[in-house]
Write a protein of this length. Structure first.
Length: 237
């Protein structure tokens, strides 16, 4: 059986070839531009950049294992695995691995960002000094600031502004909350307000937000994008 492949006009092949060349040329430029932007952000506000990095790491780990709620972990980075080889917890560690230390829950998690994998989980029986590593952050967010994303899940205008005012003026939560997103939800037919915990250490605060806004804590609805925040609120009717 003879297979006949379709023939494309030369100009079509030329356009495809040029497009591939342009993409190949621009890809490294985009990568280095992104790295430049990240470095500039770090220089402008190192504390906020570190906090954002910590939040992202905790969110990554929270997607593969349940984390203790109600406390922000201390983060550390394995910088010399040889010095830690005598400790069973670090038997499989590699340089660059992250350690999440939950002091109150007495729990330690060894995580490898390059694989997106939890390597070890143990009851806490060592301190940050025992690790012999460089601390990445003393808490998930300096000052326990909670990044909250607000979404209007209805066709009524102004609901996110009202929710923002309630949250930021609350005597208990107001000083902790930073509204990082105010947008419309993908769906516009939410009948109730939904509060989504994106960073598990803020589960208790999510419950308080739900109570304040008359909503319930729930999983992120299908079809809605996951924001870079600790808590997402989709406001319903």
């Amino acid at each position: 059986m003879k297979i006949i492949f379709p023939k494309f006009p030369r100009y079509t092949l030329l356009i495809v070839g040029v497009a591939l060349i342009v993409f190949t040329a621009l890809a490294p430029s985009y990568y280095f531009y992104t790295k430049y932007q990240q470095s500039q952000k770090l220089l402008r506000n190192p504390a906020e950049a570190a906090a954002e990095e910590a939040r992202a790491l905790i969110a990554q780990v929270g997607r593969v294992i349940d984390l203790p709620t109600g406390e922000a972990p201390t983060l550390a980075t394995v910088s010399d695995k040889q010095k830690l080889s005598s400790q069973p917890f670090f038997a499989k560690s590699e340089n660059g691995d992250k350690v999440l230390i939950f002091q109150q829950s007495k729990k330690a998690i060894l995580y490898r960002p390059s694989l997106g994998k939890v390597i070890e989980v143990s009851t806490l029986n060592f301190t940050n000094e025992d690790i012999g590593t460089k601390a990445a952050s003393q808490s998930a967010v300096p000052g326990n600031t909670i990044a909250v994303a607000l979404y209007n899940g209805t066709t009524t205008v102004g609901l996110t502004a009202g929710a923002e005012k309630k949250l930021t003026t609350d005597s208990e939560l107001g000083a902790k909350i930073s509204i990082t997103v105010k947008e419309n939800a993908v769906k516009k037919d939410y009948t109730k307000t939904i509060v989504v915990v994106l960073t598990s250490v803020f589960g208790e605060e999510a419950q308080k937000i739900a109570k304040l806004l008359g909503g319930t804590v729930s999983a992120l609805p299908e079809g809605e994008a996951r924001p870079n925040a600790d808590i997402a609120v989709i406001i319903g009717k």
